[in-house]
Design a protein around this ligand. Structure first.
Ligand code: FES
Length: 444
């Protein structure tokens, strides 16, 4: 409903050219120019400096002199800069200037903030993204909606599928939940949006097939193995038309596919975990875009087990079993081993998969303790000496992804072939990624 307020005599405004009035805690700038009267927020939408200090140019263009943003008061457009300037309807009644200060409906404000946010993301304008999210939240919008929309808009713009932008998003949301201040919360909500915007900046659409083929987990995994995106996405679409019912099966199939190779230095398995965590956060509406981007990333991930350094992975995977009888292997045994020797060692270790997992994790922790971070700066060493701090931290992230997926697999399909496959694949990958590789380096 309109809320008209008398802001004073027109003659006074005409004489002075501009004046600021305070209404309901807001500063509103009135400007008279060429017989027309305009009313707008006095705080510049950029960083809040007073527009009353701005310069009025020809054609009703108001320039904020702090950073040169320009606003067309007649059309309401922002000519230079990003955010729109809030303007107010004006009426002249009996020589007085009246303005309507009613707030637009909350839904309209939210819709505008989301539209502006999309524009800011396309421009990779971090600060504007933050402002638009703040405006959206101020209008009591659902804090997850901007990310839902960003995911929906971006999924097909990752040429090779999901990146860290999706993988880290659920963690940013967790940080937002535990934020102590509004500013911290805002930062945690904006970071994933900015990361998505950066990773998709100026990217075209790489459309997914719309075809839906009846779901079959084995066929889905086979398509991933064959790098057949249309076949894999078609089957994924076939599962998704059934709603969330098949999500656990899709997760297991992607988990198996992610571990079928030592690939992308463990990122595929990490992405599977983080992708589903993101879906849990955002709700089933995000399942389609996240899973399509995730599947594409698993398909196109580099299979490092095909390069000489890690070629032993497949053999070790095939030989995976209970291991020989004997005493437990001490984590220190892995110190100084090559990747191949570490893989052989882990296959031959006594004990079950959990024992091996713990041993490798401890070996990785010991290697982290002994790692000389100056090695990170080396640029003229052979690739086999290329061990970095990131290798150790990735081993931990990867191990955690395996731990979480194993727990799920054990809960839902205890002792099934799927769980066993996931489990055995995981151990070998840990060895090659964090344990074997890091420990095999000469500095360890
Ligand atoms: S505060 Fe107005 S342009 Fe920056």
């Amino acid at each position: 409903m309109a809320e008209w307020v008398d802001t004073g005599a027109l003659a006074d405004l005409t004489r002075k050219g501009r004046r600021v009035v305070k209404i309901g805690g807001k500063q509103i700038l009135l400007i008279e120019s060429g017989g027309r009267v305009f009313a707008c927020n006095n705080r510049c939408p950029h960083e809040g400096y007073p527009l009353s200090e701005g310069t009025l140019g020809t054609a009703c263009t108001l320039t904020c002199n702090w950073h040169n943003w320009k606003f067309d008061l007649a059309s309401g457009d922002t000519l230079v800069g990003g955010d729109r300037l809030r303007q107010y309807p004006v009426e002249i009644r009996e020589g007085h200037v009246w303005i309507d200060v009613s707030q637009p409906p909350s839904d309209a404000l939210k819709e505008r903030a989301l539209a502006n946010l999309a524009e800011a993301a396309d421009d990779n304008d971090y600060e504007r993204m933050a402002r638009e999210v703040a405006r959206y939240l101020k209008s009591e919008g659902d804090a997850l909606e901007p990310l839902r929309q960003a995911v929906a808009r971006s999924a097909a713009r990752f040429e090779y599928g999901m990146t860290h932008a999706y993988a880290a998003a659920a963690d940013w949301l967790a940080l937002a939940d535990s934020a102590q201040t509004r500013e911290e919360r805002l930062a945690a909500l904006v970071e994933p949006l900015a990361h998505i915007a950066w990773d998709t900046l100026r990217e075209a659409e790489y459309p997914f097939t719309n075809e839906a083929i009846a779901w079959d987990g084995d066929a889905f995994a086979a398509c991933i193995e064959a790098e057949d995106e249309a076949g894999a996405i078609g089957r994924l679409n076939g599962a998704l038309v059934q709603g969330a019912r098949l999500l656990p099966e899709i997760r297991r199939a992607l988990g198996r596919a992610a571990l079928a190779h030592y690939q992308d230095f463990g990122h595929s398995a990490i992405y599977v975990r983080k992708g589903f965590e993101l879906i849990e956060r955002l709700g089933a509406v995000a399942a389609g875009p996240v899973l399509r981007a995730l599947t594409r990333s698993v398909i196109y991930a580099t299979r490092e087990d095909r390069i000489p350094e890690f070629r032993h992975y497949a053999k070790a995977l095939a030989a995976w079993g209970a291991g020989a009888a004997g005493n437990a292997t001490a984590p220190a045994v892995f110190v100084g081993l090559s990747v191949n020797a570490a893989l052989d060692r882990v296959v031959a270790m006594p004990g079950d998969s959990v024992d091996k997992y713990r041993t490798l994790l401890e070996a990785n922790a010991r290697a982290m303790l002994r790692f000389d971070t100056a090695v990170d700066a080396h640029t003229a060493k052979p690739v086999s000496h290329n061990v970095r701090w990131l290798d150790f931290t990735h081993a931990l992230t990867f191990a955690n992804a395996v731990r979480v997926d194993l727990r799920r697999a054990a809960r839902s399909v205890a002792a099934s072939a799927s769980a066993a496959c996931l489990f055995s694949g995981a151990q070998c990958t840990i060895c090659a990624c964090g344990g074997g590789w890091g420990l095999g380096g000469p500095r360890c």
